[in-house]
Design a binder for this molecule. Sequence first.
Ligand SMILES: Nc1ncnc2c1ncn2[C@@H]1O[C@H](COP(=O)(O)OP(=O)(O)OP(=O)(O)O)[C@@H](O)[C@H]1O
Length: 934
Amino acid sequence: MSSSRLPVLPLHHPLILLPTARLTIPISRALADNLLAILDDSDAGQPVLATIPIPAPVDVNSPHAVSLEVPTAANGLPIHGTAARVVRLVRPRTLASPGSPRQPYLLSLHGLARIRLTQPLELDPATFDSLPEHTVTYPAVDLTPSRETVEAFKDAALRLLDRLAKDSVPTQRKDDWLKVASMVEDISDQRAAWMADVLVAAITGQYADKLAFLAATDVEDRLRRATELFIKQTSISEVSKKIASAVDESLSRQQKEYFLRQQLAAIQRELHSLHNTAPGLPGGGSELDDDEQADADDLADLRKSIEALDAGSEERKVGVREWRRLKRIPQGSVENGVIRSYLEWLTSIPWPSASSSQATGQDAIKDPGFLAKARAQLDSDHYGLDQIKRRLIEYLAVVRLRAMADAASAAQTPSSLNDRPQQQNLIKASQEWSGANHALVPLSAENAVLRPSSAPLEPTKAPSPPKKKGVKGPILLFVGPPGTGKTSLGQSIAKALDRPFQRISLGGVRDEAEIRGHRRTYVASGPGMIVQALRKAGRADPVILLDEIDKVGHSNFHGDPAAALLEVLDPEQNHSFNDHYINVPIDLSQVLFICTSNTLETISAPLLDRCEVVELSGYTYDEKMHIARRFLLPKQIQVNGLSESQLTLTDDALLHIATLYTREAGVRSLERAIGAVVRFKAVEWAEHLDGVVGEENDQKEWRGIVEEHELEKILGVPRWDGEEREREEKRGVVYGLVVTGMGEGGILPVESTAVPGIGRLKLTGSLGDVIKESGEIALSWVKTHAFDLGITAGRGIDPLKVPDSIDIHLHLPAGAQKKDGPSAGIAMTCAFVSLLSGATVPKDIAMTGEITLRGRVTPVGGIRMKVLGAHRAQIRKVILPWANRKDVEHDVAPEIRREMQFFFVRTIDEALEAAFGQGTLGWRREAVLLESRL
Ligand SMILES: Nc1ncnc2c1ncn2[C@@H]1O[C@H](COP(=O)(O)OP(=O)(O)OP(=O)(O)O)[C@@H](O)[C@H]1O
């Protein structure tokens, strides 16, 4: 190992000079002077220096700290370096590289060989520029490395060079790398270490790696380190290439989209200006043209609405988050549209906390004359319905009490007892309105509830601690046939409360998402009906009418809409209703829900359980006349552009329309028919004004009154005319009473006939199991009592076998409609008796009642509707079960009761007596007595 004394030049981090490499560094004047002195002293021309790389002090706390694996002297400074020849020392004066004032000289060095200091280097700032001389040793001449090491080195070097060639953009550099690669391929094993020096010096690598490489005096070690460095460098450049191309791709797509949009806008602007300046075309643009401006305005509005949401609220947080997302996504993209429409929905919901407009509704409710005004409102919108109006006033009184109690607890008044006298006054007021026998239970303001009138009264409780705000009484459910005013009662309640009214039609809703909305992941998703109604209402406390809840679909693979409704209607849950689209809990506790339905049968039990049922069963002709005269006719006259002084309908004409053209429980068809008459007259009036000449060549006459005989000309042939005449008193035919699925009462013929057969009973007319069983019971009863009724000559004889063998066919017309229930029992019994005995039932008698095998008649439902239906059908005698007597007394209007005759029967015997008339049937009396003794 040879040694020599060389002036030492420390190279501070990150400078490093490897053998074979060249390095140019700026140096100070003092150093340059020292160098010049050495230059002058040296007789061999270019002097040689020992360059020692000095690493920066390592911050051990830094997460990026790299430990240096190089041998150092006792003072921690490296002892390895490179002997370098001074190639050039200049003081540049060109403008391009003026040099820094502190280091005005440039020193170029050429690395020659590795060296090692024999003594540690002193890094005294005073000696920085002094180039102190040190003894250095040169490591032993390199041995030839092993084959495998060289192969691995070449392999890694070639891969790196290939990568570098691929990545270099100017073709010149690419060619240079390829040339080096071919040199590497051809290099001999002895020269591999030299090649390693050349390559490591040429590539960019980490300082620590290069330092370790410089300190590797053993050739095997040096090559291994070079191989590792190349592999590391190759993978770094591969990964960065990948990242760069990914970034590039997305950037270029965005740029492309941006440029295309700009171009499109420019083209549109050009076309627009061309269009506007084209000769003959009207100038000035349409409001549809200025898309960009409108768009910017919309965005600004959206931003304002998000800012207007309550600070700290959930909706605001979501709004802000989505707004930030919106800003990141390019305009015009699908995602952008989705987020925008979501934000529009989110901000358009009247969030309870943000709504200051609620005061309006509260004002109306706080008004001491609220109940009187509500009553006046109901009266001015609806005729009759006294009982129902009473119930509604009770309901409104409770709503008011609750609202006031909520307000009081919100204001943190120390004791709700202070309000008690006032509340009791209120209850008293509502009692005055709702009559003596209503069932408003005067509990404390917080827990006052409306009880069905049959429910027992609860004792007055002491005021309980204030409950959660927004907990409400039961939901009102109006049940009744179409057109009986369910929807319009809901509207009146909204008017009385001075709240917006929204109607949600649930008929045919099969999908839970229609109520709750679709999740945002669905294409074209949107919020459900409840949120839509809230947005339309524009306030957090509207009256929402859920129309036709009996027609809501039940659980299926689209979810369970009825279950979603339950959540909406349940006061315990609806303060945080979750719409799938909005996905922020919405407080529905201030919304007043009212439901309507035609029948109670198809409503799910839990839903029904949350509702307070209010039945509207239909109107009598008398009531219809009043409704038509006071409400429907004036409304139609106004809608059709006439005035009440111009047109009137006589009472007879109105009655004629109600009885012969419409026969329904409600008044909707009546309103439609009146509308048709008014429209007809409106045309006549218009023609009269225009001076149109009639068929007889004279100007059309105008008569402002419509009489009964004119109706056929206007409305066509009456629909129900002659039905009574068509009804016949015939053997085997009787009339039963029914209630349709729409909740409407009416009569239904029960027809029976005998056909040759073997004593069987055939039942037709879309009958359900229960009604079929009723038929069997009726026939069995008749067979058992055939002798007593004088049908057979002796006991034990089957009237279907003797004298002739027959089958009985019983049919209930309107075969397409499903019929079920036990209430046709007595009608079928009478039909069989009539068929077998030959006696007939008069055609003005109709009947309903369930029978038992022992001949008892048991009560049935829907009495009021059935009686009204019978009355409309001109039936004047009705046979009903004895147990239904109270229903007639309570529910049927006195004027109807006066016009009709009711037979209340306990047994089939009594029913037959009432139907056929006394003495018509050939009773064997002893048998009857025997029966009654049993
Ligand atoms: N008692 C009444 N007084 C005045 N108008 C009435 C009365 N009952 C019903 N009407 C009128 O009859 C029309 C139909 O009523 P509405 O739409 O409320 O019926 P509905 O019971 O809701 O029917 P549906 O079950 O088909 O929804 C309305 O124009 C309503 O104003």
